[in-house]
Design a protein around this ligand. Structure first.
Ligand code: PLP
Length: 240
């Protein structure tokens, strides 16, 4: 776990860190020769903007469409994947309409094609059960102020062995992956918030899910996706 200033920094570290490691480690890397990046049109700007930055620096980018319900059709991903794909970035819960992307199917496809999977879980962590290992994600971003913790802290979870180049250089903190003194009070606050969250996670997730789909909340907020029906799997997010 690498502590960051929030999910924006965690996403930047994940995406740029993997891309740079693939460049620098060249043939020695598990992702040697791979450059293409895949993601969704409906990702948060904290994912889209670093991806577009990377596109300008030689990493071809494909943004997959989502359906009228805001969900990725895994078949679309299967068609886009190939042995040139370095990394796929798919959010867990959408910040605007709350839909939960089919991460298990996404992870299975990434594994089959040897691509790394990054999950922006800023709107999901602390609200729905989310085990990185069970999901099969290689990198996962979270944010303190989205799970009732303090603003100014977040984290990037990195599976062991995933090549990641630091994006902040300095005092070698966080195992050399993110320089800068760790803000201990904020990290303690994040830990406390997540500990509180997991005490009744399943019940709360079920209650909020029913609330989101049953109340028509998601339906009303789906205009940007021209939704024709409330999605089956969603939860009310905290903000955009
Ligand atoms: C899905 C998603 N990713 C990333 C972010 C950015 O998080 P932070 O404010 O911690 O940088 C947000 C914030 O709203 C978000 O909703």
């Amino acid at each position: 776990m690498v502590f960051t200033s929030g999910a924006t920094e965690a996403n930047n570290l994940a995406l740029k860190g993997v891309a740079e490691a693939a460049l620098v480690q060249g043939d020695r890397s598990a992702v040697a020769g791979r450059r293409r990046l895949l993601s969704l049109v409906s990702e948060h700007r904290a994912v889209l903007d670093p991806l577009r930055y990377l596109e300008r620096h030689g990493f071809p980018l494909t943004l997959l469409p989502v359906g009228s319900d805001g969900l990725l059709d895994p078949q679309r991903l299967a068609e886009a994947l190939g042995d040139d794909v370095l990394l796929v970035s798919v959010m867990a819960a959408n910040n605007e309409i709350g839909v939960l992307q089919p991460l298990e199917a996404v992870a299975g496809l990434c594994r089959r094609h040897g691509a790394l999977l990054h999950v922006d879980a800023a709107q999901a962590a602390g609200h729905i059960p989310l085990a990185m290992a069970e999901l099969g994600a290689d990198l996962l971003s979270l944010s303190g102020h989205k799970c009732f913790g303090p603003a100014g802290v977040g984290a990037l979870l990195v599976r062991e062995g995933v090549p990641l180049a630091p994006q902040l250089h300095g005092g070698g903190q966080e195992g050399g992956r993110r320089a800068g003194s760790v803000p201990v009070p904020l990290v303690v606050g994040l830990g406390a918030a997540l500990n509180l969250a997991i005490t009744d996670l399943e019940q709360r997730a079920a209650r909020l899910g029913a609330c989101a789909t049953g109340s028509g909340l998601v339906w009303r907020r789906s205009a940007a996706f021209s939704a024709t029906a409330p999605p089956a799997r969603a939860w009310p997010t905290t903000s955009t």
